[in-house]
Design a binder for this molecule. Sequence first.
Ligand SMILES: [Zn+2]
Length: 133
Amino acid sequence: MALRSYQCSNCGANLKVDTYNMSAVCEYCGQTLTLDAEEVSNILSEREKTKQMKTAEEEQTKREEARLKHDTELRKIEADASEFMEGARRVKDGFETVKTGFNTVKTIATFVLIGFILIFIVVVLIIVLKHFG
Ligand SMILES: [Zn+2]
């Protein structure tokens, strides 16, 4: 005969519950309670269902959290990658600017060189003409 303690709904004292005979007796006010086996069974199965639902909910929450964490990490990686690409683009733009600068300097130098050569040719022509003229 298994005995378990519960609170009396009448006076709040301990109830001696006889789970074998499905009954409870208050030690203080003497209130007797007969438990309905079917009702208890229903309560237990309801409790089991609630427990299963809670477990399922907890698992669902865990999955949601894992998914959220994964999404957050993915977004961070994407942000890092786009930041890296932005940096690479800036470096490339920098190189382009330097290259354009070099090309401009090269073009100016070429024109200056051609100018010097033309002046040289003109000077040589003047000297030659003066010498033979
Ligand atoms: Zn009582």
